[in-house]
Design a protein around this ligand. Sequence first.
Ligand code: CTP
Length: 411
Amino acid sequence: MPLAPSPSELTLTGRRIVLGITGSIAAYKSALLARELRRRGAEVRVVMTPGATEFITPLTLATLVDHPVHSDFTEDQDAGVWTNHVELGIWGDLILVAPATANTLAAMVHGGCDNLLQAVLLSARCPVAVAPAMDLDMYTHDATQANLKTLADRGVDVIDPGTGPLASGLVGKGRMAEPEEIADHVAARFAAELPWSGKRVVITAGPTHEPLDAVRFLGNRSSGKMGFALAEVFAKQGADVTLVAGPVALSTPDRVRRRIDVETAVEMDEAVKGLWGDMDWGIACAAVSDFRPAQTSNDKWHRGEVPSAVELTENPDILKGMGEAKQPQQKLVGFALETDSGEQSAMGKLERKNLDAIVLNTLMDDGAGFGHDTNKVRVLFQDGKSVSFELKSKYEVACDLVELWRTTITP
Ligand code: CTP
């Protein structure tokens, strides 16, 4: 079973890639590339030129991508079944030709249509990337360089070959980039197209637990689901997300770059203080305990030893601290859970904590707030405007919120 990508790795979840393989010895690396693309979550279809099938068998690739390989214009000549090259070009989010021989690059420049891959390339509607592989003199030849330039000018993404020993025995530039590098390049390209790409976002989520004794704590019923849903949506849309999570039973959403687990409000405050200066956006979704026991016991309180009263002391207001340190280019959003309609109280928090927006959910609404998989929210802005949403799943609410903030709070 393929290993899952690590959270820090650029993933390709849900991406559709048509992998074109041409006749070069580097075709053996295409098997590793196909596996790497799949490991990162991409769906892959393979188109091989007749030359490529002399270097590596279609069966190898078909097994790795779990789908038959296309290499002929016809699927079943006797029955007259043909391979729909137009469909393949429409299906893909990207056509990646790796390795791309000098011959295929030349055919791409001139609109050649001698084999299925060239037909797919001619009818493609999606972006195209090529990873050239050839011998040193072929690579440096004026014709090849001119072809690469023409392709790059047309918007084809050229993934530079590496330098090293070549199959001919020569040493120089021309060997295909390594499969991991190609996968990184392709994933970075997809990430750069996303609306939140390049934005660093810190999200606090979940409750805090304030210890009373060695085993007991003061806490609240927050599940962390809303904050984790936001982290998932931001990350899917290309943001570089750091999640600071209180004690929750949730796994880190796909593509979230960093997760810091904390227990108490003081720990959460310290984590956020260390991060906030480098962030573009802060989303305070955590249900932070406003107070903690003034004294805690390292032992467990036994019956008969339990204090008759517990003195409480105030915790730092994490969001207020972020608001005070906020730079003009930084954007900050808070949440307010109120037991009544709460508009006035939420507006007070928005001003006091120097926020760009506050998301209000009230326990008066069924299905909103702690413990539910749904939420019903209203977003209030500095200028007094507000936007209300219907009761939805927390994931859908997160989609609405992330899009609303992007379109209303300008950087
Ligand atoms: N918050 C925080 N640190 C705290 C308390 C709250 O960062 N110690 C953040 C929450 O994550 C939320 C917002 O502040 O985004 C509002 O939290 P809330 O508890 O409703 O606000 P308070 O200012 O504590 O007001 P009150 O408890 O009086 O309603």
